[in-house]
Write a protein that binds this ligand. Structure first.
Ligand SMILES: Cc1ncc(COP(=O)(O)O)c(C=O)c1O
Length: 376
């Protein structure tokens, strides 16, 4: 019986898409040691370069390490005994940051999108989703039981054709888009999406996973101050923490508390993690702003609209080959292959972090060009 699974792996391998967990031995700032080899790390979502900041960590432990609520386990779901004041304090902080009535914490961005989408729509409802939305949104759509239409990436004329043709047949409708797209680094036209959601009476949900902490006057992302009904984001990227959240009206958040299975039936985040996120957001906001300025300065120097730079290579084996050679040249860049990205669009995804210099990025881009010229 188990042999059947060997076939599963063989099939993935035959497409050049077999995944392995990289052997990271050490990680600090822009450096990582991979398989004994020191590398510049272009594969992290630590956009503000805070996840290995030991001064901040030490300050946190000194200040909060002995708090009664600074615990490693919540020991149950929020709706049982796994909640405490620290969760409410972080939720209030995030809701205020986004100018929304309420916020609900989730354990990860994946669980958040899964729970939110599947709770807000169901049978008889409809979802209109950007074709390149994250796997967690797709999983949520499938779980919801709602009908769904995936419009071509950022093609709002295509979205409007779907809305015109199908919106009228369904009760509730949800339009979903990322703001900064995770694999392409391009940005959705939020104003256009808002106009469409109003014209066709839909809720608009924006996943700010890659924009939270980076864009927006108050670091809330690309939809800051805009009429977006439901916003999700993760603390696991810019915020150098763990967990995620949804901000929306009190009514929507109350629906999530009652219907989002990934919230209801899962042990809550450890209180120490919630405290750490609160510490960064509430007590060290100035550090976040300073790091964000560095990151945006780097993007501007390179002429990149966001901190994610895709280098399209086409086929999976080419992407894997070039990534391997880059690793030998001390650059840690992973190949991104289908099904994470559409077929024939395998790529390198360069992820910039605040402590990189333009020279580091240019060095990597030159190395990629060199490899391509050599026919690698
Ligand atoms: C757009 C987007 N949404 C959600 C997630 C999931 O967040 P988390 O890593 O916290 O599960 C990710 C990536 O991880 C993402 O890229």
């Amino acid at each position: 019986m188990e042999n059947n699974y060997a076939l599963v792996l063989e099939e993935i391998a035959s497409k050049g898409c077999l995944r392995h967990i990289p052997a990271i031995e050490y990680r600090e700032g822009v450096q990582a040691v991979l398989d004994g080899q020191p590398c510049l790390n272009f594969s992290s979502n630590d956009y503000l370069a805070l996840s290995t900041n030991t001064s901040l960590r030490d300050a946190f432990l000194q200040q909060h390490g002995h708090d009664a609520q600074c615990l490693f386990s919540s020991a149950s779901a929020r709706l049982l005994s796994g909640s405490s004041q620290v969760y409410g304090a972080l939720e209030a902080e995030v809701a205020a940051l986004f100018g929304k009535e309420a916020c609900l914490l989730f354990n990860t961005g994946y669980q958040c999108n899964l729970g939110v989408v599947s709770a807000l729509v169901g049978k008889g409802d409809v979802i209109f989703s950007d074709k390149l939305n994250h796997a967690s949104v797709v999983a949520g759509m499938q779980l919801s039981g709602a009908a769904f239409y995936r419009y071509a990436h950022t093609d709002y004329a295509h979205l409007e054709r779907f809305l015109h043709e199908h919106r009228g047949k369904f009760r509730r409708a949800l339009i979903i888009s990322e703001s900064v797209f995770s694999m392409d680094g391009d940005v959705a036209d939020i104003d256009r999406l808002i106009a469409l959601k109003k014209r066709y009476d839909c809720l608009l949900m924006i996943d700010e996973a890659h924009a939270f902490g980076v864009f927006g006057e108050h670091l809330a992302g690309c939809s800051e101050g805009k009429d977006v009904d439901v916003i999700t984001a993760t603390f696991g990227k810019s915020l150098a923490s763990m967990g995620a959240f949804c901000v929306a009206s009190r009514l929507i958040i109350d629906v999530l508390v009652n219907k989002a299975a990934s919230f209801i039936f899962s042990t809550a985040l450890p209180p120490i993690t919630v405290l750490w996120t609160y510490f960064l957001l509430h007590e060290h906001r100035a550090v976040l702003y300073a790091q964000r300025e560095k990151l945006l300065g780097l993007c501007a120097a390179l002429g990149c609209p966001t901190q994610i730079i895709p280098v399209l290579l086409g086929e999976s084996d080419a992407a894997a080959r070039i990534a391997r050679r880059l690793c030998e040249a001390h650059y840690f860049v992973l190949p991104i292959r289908p099904p994470t990205v559409p077929p024939h669009t395998a790529r390198l995804r360069l992820s910039l972090t605040a402590d990189m210099s333009p020279a580091m990025v240019r060095g990597l881009l030159a190395a990629v060009q060199q490899l391509q010229q050599e026919g690698c």
